[in-house]
Design a protein around this ligand. Structure first.
Ligand SMILES: *[C@@H]1O[C@H](CO)[C@@H](O)[C@H](O)[C@H]1NC(C)=O
Length: 141
C-alpha cells in the first residue's frame, strides 16, 4: 500500500469540497439564466429622432410587458431606439394609429437597441415574440 488512511480521508474531503463547489456554481448559474430569461414586468422603449440615441426622445411604456398595441409618435423621424425587452417585434407605420402600410419592422431578439435607423413614421406597434422562436433559431445555428 502506497497511500495511508489519512491520505484517503483527505482525498475524500477534497472530493466532497469540489462537489459542493460545483453544485453551488451550477445553482447560481441557473439562477442567472433565470434572470436573463425573465421578461420585464414593465415594457419600456425610448424612441429617438436621431441615430445613436440623440435628438428628441419619446418614452413609451406598457405595464403588462409589451402588450399595448400602438402608440403615436411625437416626432416624424425615427433615428434609433432602445428597449428593455428584446423579445419583441417592433413595427413602425407611416400613418397614425398603426394604420396602413408599415414603414419598417424589426425583430430585436438579441439586442436591446437599434442605433441607426432612419425612417419616417407616425406610429409604432410592439408585439411580444415567444422565446420558443429564439430556441428554434439556436438549433439552426
Ligand atoms: C393618434 O393620432 C391620431 C391623429 O392625430 C388621433 O386621432 C388618435 O387619437 C391618436 N391616438 C392615440 C392613441 O393617441
Amino acid at each position: 500500500m502506497r497511500f495511508s488512511i489519512s491520505y484517503y480521508f483527505k482525498l475524500l474531503l477534497l472530493i466532497t469540497f469540489i462537489y459542493t463547489l460545483s453544485t453551488a456554481s451550477a445553482a447560481s448559474s441557473s439562477s442567472v439564466k433565470g434572470v436573463r430569461e425573465a421578461r420585464p414586468r414593465q415594457f419600456r422603449m425610448q424612441i429617438f429622432s436621431r441615430p445613436y440615441s440623440k435628438g428628441n426622445v419619446q418614452t413609451i411604456r406598457a405595464i403588462n410587458g409589451a402588450s399595448s398595441p400602438c402608440w403615436n409618435l411625437s416626432s416624424k423621424r425615427v433615428g434609433s431606439y432602445e428597449l428593455n425587452d428584446p423579445l419583441v417585434k417592433v413595427t413602425f407605420y407611416r400613418s397614425s394609429d398603426c394604420n396602413g402600410a408599415p414603414s419598417a419592422t424589426y425583430y430585436n431578439q438579441h439586442s436591446s437597441k437599434q442605433s441607426h435607423i432612419s425612417i419616417k413614421a407616425r406610429s409604432v406597434s410592439v408585439l411580444k415574440v415567444k422565446p420558443v422562436i429564439l430556441k428554434e433559431q439556436h438549433k439552426d445555428l
